[in-house]
Design a protein around this ligand. Structure first.
Ligand code: PEP
Ligand code: CO
Length: 454
C-alpha cells in the first residue's frame, strides 16, 4: 500500500505531461471547447475512489507473489450507440462465468478487471483514413469522434469527453449494483456454465471440469457454506480499467486523495499505457509515473530487455508490489522466443511485476474479404506459449487480458462452434478490433483451465 512519502512523486503534477510529446492525441479543432469540457470534468465527482484503487493494488500484489490470477476482459472500444443495461449485464455475466471456471482450475482467487466503464479511446496506425479519393481523420473512439465516414462525423468534438464520463458513470453504477445485488451468485453462475457445456460441441471435453465444480459446490453447501450464509458466494469485486490515451480527460479526473495526499486518476481503478505510447521520454509515461493507481503497460514483440527494465524503473521506482502489470502481446508465433528473455531480465532485477498475457493484439489479420479478425487457435496458442515461457523461466503467469463481448457476434474465427470466414458478416459489430463472442470466451476459459491443470 502506498504510504505518504511514496505517494509524493518528485517533479510531477497532473499536468506535467504537457511538457512532453504526446502521441496519438486528436487534433482538437476548438481549444476553447476543449478547455470548457475539461474544466467541467474537473468539477465532476470521481468515478472511483483512491481506496478502491489501493485495494486493487493489494489484490494484484497477491498475483505478483503467485497467489492469485487476473482476468482482465471487455470491449476493444465501448460505444455510445446502443448503450444499455443488457449489454453491460451480459458482458459481466461472461466474465463471471469465465472466472468461476478459472478459479476452480487455477486453485487461486481470480482478480476480475473489466475493460469497461471508460474504454473509449483508440490509438490508430494512421492519422488519416482513405476510401477511394476521400481522406478523413481516422476514427479514434467515441470519446473523440464518430465512426461514420463523413467529414462532420470525423471532427474531434470535446463534448464527447463529457458524454464518455457520463456513460462510464452509468455503467459503473450498474456494475456495482449487479456485483453486490445477487447477480453474481456463484451457484447461479455455475448453472449458466452447465447450460453452456450441455449445448457445446465440446461438451464432453468440458464436462469433467463442470462436474468437478458441481461436486465442490455441493460439498461446500453440505458444510454450510452457501450464498445465503456467506456473502463471498454471492458478491464479487469487478474493477474497471481502460487505456488512458486521451491525456486531457485523464488529467481532469486526477484527484488528490485526502487520506494519503497522493494523486489518483479517478477515471478507473486501473489504467494502462498502449504499445504505441510507451516511449520513456514521452507524455504518457510522464503522466503514469505520478498516479497512485495500479497501472499496466503493453509490451510488444520488438521490446528489448533493457527497455522493459527502464519502464519498470520509471513507472515503479519504489518497487511496490501490485503497482505495475506488464501485458505481453507478442503474437502466437513469437511469444515462445520473445518473452523468456524479458521475464528473466525482470526477475534478475528483482522488480515485482505482474505478467499478463494479451493474446489478442499480436494475432490480428484481415480475412479474404477484408474483415479484421483473429483465430481462436492463435489466441490459445499464444496463451499456451505464455504459460510455457513462465514455466521455463520460473516466473508466475499472472493473468490474461482479452477482448470479448457478451453478445453473440461473429468477429473471431474458430472456437468449438467453428466460426468460418463466410460467417463473419452475420454479426460483425465491433467498432475496432474483433472480439470473442460469449461461446468463444467460455471455450477459451475451459481450454485455459486444461492448460492450468496440465
Ligand atoms: C488495445 O488493448 O486495445 C490496444 C490497442 O492494444 P495495444 O496497445 O497492445 O496495441
Ligand atoms: Co483492441
Amino acid at each position: 500500500m502506498a504510504t505518504d512519502s511514496k505517494s509524493m512523486v518528485a517533479n510531477w503534477t497532473p499536468d506535467s505531461w504537457r511538457a512532453f510529446e504526446a502521441l496519438q492525441q486528436p487534433v482538437w479543432p476548438d481549444e476553447t471547447a476543449l478547455k470548457a469540457a475539461t474544466d467541467q470534468l474537473a468539477q465532476e465527482p470521481p468515478l472511483v475512489f483512491a481506496g478502491e484503487a489501493r485495494s486493487l493494488t493489494s489484490e494484484l500484489a497477491s498475483v505478483a507473489n503467485g497467489r492469485a490470477f487476473v482476468l482482465q476482459a471487455g470491449d476493444c472500444a465501448e460505444s455510445f450507440d446502443g448503450f444499455g443495461a443488457n449489454a453491460i449485464r451480459d458482458k459481466l455475466k461472461v466474465i463471471l462465468q469465465m472466472a468461476a471456471v478459472l478459479t476452480y482450475s487455477a486453485g487461486v482467487p481470480i482478480v476480475k478487471i473489466g475493460r469497461i466503464a471508460g474504454q473509449f479511446a483508440k490509438p490508430r496506425s494512421s492519422d488519416l483514413e482513405k476510401r477511394g479519393d476521400t481522406e478523413l481523420p481516422s476514427f479514434r473512439g467515441h470519446i473523440v469522434n464518430d465512426i461514420a465516414f463523413d467529414p462532420d462525423s470525423r471532427v474531434p468534438a470535446a463534448d464527447r469527453l463529457l458524454r464518455a464520463y457520463q456513460q462510464s458513470a452509468s455503467t459503473l453504477n450498474l456494475i456495482r449494483a449487479l456485483t453486490k445485488g445477487g447477480y453474481a451468485d456463484l451457484q447461479q453462475v455455475h448453472v449458466w456454465n452447465q447450460q453452456f457445456v450441455a449445448s457445446s460441441p465440446e461438451g464432453r471435453r468440458y464436462e469433467t471440469i463442470a462436474n468437478e465444480i458441481d461436486r465442490a459446490l455441493r460439498f461446500m453447501e453440505a458444510c454450510g457454506i452457501s450464498p445465503s450464509s456467506d456473502p463471498r458466494m454471492s458478491e464479487v469485486d469487478l474493477y474497471t480499467s481502460h487505456e488512458a490515451l486521451i491525456l486531457p480527460y485523464e488529467e481532469a479526473l486526477t484527484r488528490r486523495d485526502s487520506l494519503t495526499d497522493g494523486w489518483y486518476d479517478c477515471s478507473a481503478h486501473m489504467l494502462w499505457i498502449g504499445e504505441r505510447t510507451r516511449q520513456l521520454d514521452h507524455a504518457h509515461v510522464e503522466f503514469f509515473r505520478g498516479i497512485g493507481n495500479p497501472i499496466g503497460c503493453k509490451i510488444g514483440p520488438s521490446t528489448e530487455p533493457d527497455n522493459v527494465l527502464e519502464l519498470c524503473e520509471r513507472l515503479n521506482p519504489d518497487r511496490i508490489s501490485g503497482r505495475l502489470t506488464l501485458i505481453s502481446r507478442m503474437g502466437a508465433e513469437r511469444v515462445r522466443e520473445a518473452l523468456p528473455p524479458l521475464l528473466s531480465a525482470v526477475k534478475d532485477a528483482g522488480h515485482p511485476v505482474i505478467w499478463m498475457c494479451d493474446p489478442m493484439h499480436g494475432n490480428t489479420f484481415s480475412s479474404s474479404v477484408g474483415y479484421k479478425t483473429r483465430h481462436f487457435e492463435d489466441i490459445l496458442t499464444e496463451v499456451a506459449g505464455f504459460f510455457a515461457a513462465h514455466e521455463q523461466v520460473g516466473t508466475w503467469p499472472g493473468g490474461i487480458h482479452l477482448e470479448l463481448t457478451g453478445d453473440d457476434v461473429t468477429e473471431c474465427l474458430g472456437g468449438s462452434d467453428d466460426l468460418l470466414e463466410e460467417n463473419l458478416d452475420q454479426r460483425y459489430e465491433t467498432m475496432c478490433d474483433p472480439r470473442l463472442n460469449v461461446r468463444q470466451s467460455l471455450d477459451l476459459a475451459f481450454r485455459i483451465s486444461e492448460l492450468l491443470r496440465g
